[in-house]
Design a protein around this ligand. Structure first.
Ligand SMILES: Nc1nc2c(ncn2[C@@H]2O[C@H](COP(=O)(O)OP(=O)(O)OP(=O)(O)O)[C@@H](O)[C@H]2O)c(=O)[nH]1
Ligand SMILES: [Mg+2]
Length: 218
């Protein structure tokens, strides 16, 4: 019985990984940099995208993942960003996006003139890290209010990401957080991870993020 369940799970993941690889290749061929943003609810993914849009509005498209509502998509549309909403609520309320859903969404999206395709994954630090959506770059956002130990408690999101954005640095003067320990914990999980500290509110570190995007070669 349990053997059968394991076989089914492997099959689902294999299919997802194959679609994800195809998507990565397709985006590379189109010269589009494809980025998957993951974080806990409220770490600042949408705010970062709004800020990013202010710098490279015409070049970005966002596939927005939420269980319910189009609130984030509306914020991004108001910021002038092309956006496509995936709500998982009507289909069982999954807490992550899968490559097949992105592929279906892309069939309805015009990517001409798009240089950066973002997925804003569903807000939580667990499930999104388990499913490859085919992005070139997985980015995990961790805000300074969340605690130094989060990389140790939720390691997969940090292990599977190339970049960590430590967000909301404007709040540091009001907190007791040990930023060096937070970074050391990230590196314990993933010694190669690149770390950028930023605040979408004050703008600190945003240029480093934009430079990271500009330097990335598909
Ligand atoms: N002080 C401060 N607040 C921020 C910053 N970035 C985001 N916020 C606030 O944090 C709250 C959550 O931000 P969102 O961008 O909605 O977070 P999110 O990660 O998209 O949330 P979900 O989509 O629900 O997972 C909002 O009230 C933002 O205004 C920041 O750099 N500094
Ligand atoms: Mg959001």
């Amino acid at each position: 019985m349990s053997q059968k369940e394991i076989k089914i799970m492997q099959k689902i993941l294999n299919v997802n990984d194959r679609i994800a690889d195809d998507l990565r290749t397709e985006m590379s061929k189109k010269g589009i940099v494809y980025i998957n943003l993951m974080s806990s609810p409220g770490s600042g993914k949408t705010k970062l995208l709004e800020k990013t849009a202010g710098a490279i509005r015409d070049k970005i498209f966002v596939i927005e993942g939420d269980i319910q509502t189009t609130l984030d998509a509306e914020r991004l549309a108001a910021a002038g960003v092309g956006v496509y909403q995936i709500n998982t609520g009507p289909f069982g309320g999954d807490c992550h996006l899968e490559a097949g859903w992105i592929r279906s969404a892309l069939e309805e999206i015009e990517l001409e003139n798009v240089k950066y395709l973002f997925v804003e994954n569903i807000g939580n630090l667990v499930c999104p890290a388990e499913f490859d959506v085919g992005a070139h770059i997985n980015v995990v956002v961790l805000s300074v209010t969340e605690g130094e130990e989060k990389p140790l408690k939720y390691p997969l999101a940090f292990r599977n990401s190339q970049l960590c954005l430590i967000s909301k640095t404007d709040l540091l003067p009001y907190l007791d957080i040990d930023l060096e320990m937070m970074k050391a914990n990230m590196r314990k999980i993933n010694p190669q991870i690149r770390i950028i500290e930023l605040s979408a509110k004050s703008g600190q570190g945003i240029q480093d993020w934009l430079d990271f995007l500009a330097e990335y070669k598909t």
